[in-house]
Structures are given as C-alpha cells and as structure tokens.
Design a protein around this ligand. Sequence first.
Ligand SMILES: *Cc1c(COP(=O)(O)O)cnc(C)c1O
Length: 386
Amino acid sequence: MSFDLEAGLAARRAAGLYRERRIAQSPQSPLRKFPGGELLTFCSNDYLGLANHPAVGAALVRGAQQWGVGAGASHLLAGHTAAHHALEEELADAVGRPRALLFSTGYMANQGVLGALLDRRSAVYSDQLNHASLIDAARLCQARVSVYRHGDARHLAEQLAADGAPRRLVITDGVFSMDGDLAPLVELATLARQSKAWLMVDDAHGFGVLGPGGAGSVAQAGLDGDAVPVLMGTLGKALGCFGAFVAGSEALIETLIQHARSYIYTTALPPALAEATRAALRLARAESWRREKVQALVARFRAGAGQLGLPLLESTTPIQPLIAGSAQRALAWSAHLERRGLLVPAVRPPTVPEGTARLRIVLTAAHEEAQVDRLLDALAGLPDWA
Ligand SMILES: *Cc1c(COP(=O)(O)O)cnc(C)c1O
C-alpha cells in the first residue's frame, strides 16, 4: 500500500463516505448558527440540555478562579484534587456503587478497564453493535474476542458454554449509540452470573437519561453491583460536560488505579471541569422534569412518525434512527432536511453496518414540541422513503 492519500480520499468521496466537519458559531443548543445560517439541530448528545446551562458554566468559571486551568499532572502524581475527588464520590452515589474513578474520556475508560482486567488468556464477549471504543479496547487487551449477534442472549450463552478462559468479560452498550435500543441487561446479567463471567455495561447514552434520578440503564433494569460489576458512564453526553467514569467495588477501582494505563499515563482533567460536572450532576439528579420532557418529546415524535409511516427503528430512548440504507440515500435525506433549515447528519459505514446508513435523529430536553412538529413536517416530504 502506497501513501497515495489523494486517491484514497477521492475513492471515499465517490462512495458517499467522505466526512466533513461543520463549523458551529454558537453554543450547543437546538437552534445553532452555522456559516450558512441558523439550523434547528437534532444531532447532539446533550440529552438534558445541560451543555450550555448557566449554572454549569458559572461552576466552570468559579472552578477556574479557585483551581486555575490545568491539573498539571496525572492523578497519581499531583493532579488529583479535592474537586476530582468530590466528583468521584458524587458519581458513585449517583449510580449506587461504592466507588467511581474519573477518566479523561469514555474511549480511554473502556481501554483502561479491559487492559487492567484482561490479558491474552482472557475472553471477551462483545455485542455486534457495541461502540467502537469497546471494540478497540477488546483488540488492544489481546483477549480472545467473541462477537455475539446484537442483543442475542442465546447466542451469547452458546459462546460462554464453549469457552473456559480464566477471566471472561461480557461487554455491552446499555443504550446502543447508533440504534437507541436497550441491551437485554437482565438476561445478560443472569447468563454472566451462571457462567462466572463479569458483565461490563457502557452506559454512555443511558446515564443521566434513564432510571431513577438518571442513574442509567442498569438501575432502570433493577441490577446492582453484583449483577453488573463494571459500570462505565460518560460526562460529555447527558451531563453536557466532558470525561467519563467507571463505577464499581473498592477492589475494582483500586485495581484500575494500579493497572489502567489510560488512567495512569495521562494528565488529570482540569479541576474546574470537575466542578462544572458536579453542578451538572446535581441538576441532572434533581431536575427529573428534564427526563420527563425528553421522553414526552420522544413519544410525540414516534406517534407522528408512525402516522407518516416512517421506517423508524424500535427505540424508546432519545436516539431515534431512520434507516435509509445506502449512504447516498442518507445523504440525500440529510440534504433535503437541511434545505428546510434542519440539521440531521447522515450516519454512514463504518460507524454503522453496510447497508444501514441512517439519519440519527436525537431529541433533547432543550427541544420544544413545535420543533419536533417542524421535524415531522420536513420528514413527511422526504424524497423516496417508502
Ligand atoms: C460516546 C461514547 C463513548 C466515548 O465516550 P467519550 O467520552 O466521548 O470518549 C463510549 N461508549 C459509547 C457507547 C459512546 O456512545
């Protein structure tokens, strides 16, 4: 393979797979300014509308006044502050686990956990539609990887029965990031327990949104720390901030502090950001109207889409994908919406499987009913969807 990068880029463009960044000129919010004008957006993971909340911004400013900007070092050297520590305790409390550990990103949290817990003698069982960060983490830790069919506990059971590795970890998204559906957590937890495997749930899209107080998909399923020993959540989605955490037992967190390379060999998050996240977490836990509002908008959207006969995936979460099939068709749909002032980007392979390019429509608590209706009106006129 030569370094003819231009040819590679041209081929990608020809296949309708070229990705381009759009330059936002105003903060995260449903109505946003872009160079071409204002667009009504349905594509952020800011599910509770906290990314641009004044109290969260004020906490960031106060945090910067108190702590300055950079943490200055990794957590194990001198980067771990009282702000980080308080946030960890509050996150552990929010998900009902003894402890939590902050990571710089969800991508790094997944890598850190698998690397710390598994090695080449271990086995990982991974849902076919898991997030790329779990897939990459599984590759990097060198464990044997078995991919089970999406949401298929029976297929997982067959794979568990066929393998007797000393450490076995089942990994799944709680809410699947591109489909919006829920993993069958109760079944997975039962299987894992029967097989003496551990279950790890990546709840990037469930934490803050689902379950009592926004504790997430695992709490919504009624599962505790014995059923789900490793719980990962992110802070850049429903909390509107940045970063991630892993929650679990005392021994799990101490093991991660000793062995998780993506925790040890990186600079701690800015402490001001930890203060902002504490403010966002308080709002997310206390203001359940945000969860109720986004769920009501989801119900309104699904009822309207049902009347139009739109091919929505089965999803009860704020992620409401509309399958187009080919990348070109998804791009045409997205362009159609943009001409009507709406931003819903096309999600294409390799982010989703071949032939399932889609509009990933996302609703948030910051949207209004009239905006959902505007989306439905525009979707009614989509070319060629039937
Ligand atoms: C976004 C996401 C991640 C990565 O989290 P970051 O903090 O953005 O790195 C991990 N897992 C899932 C399922 C995600 O959707």
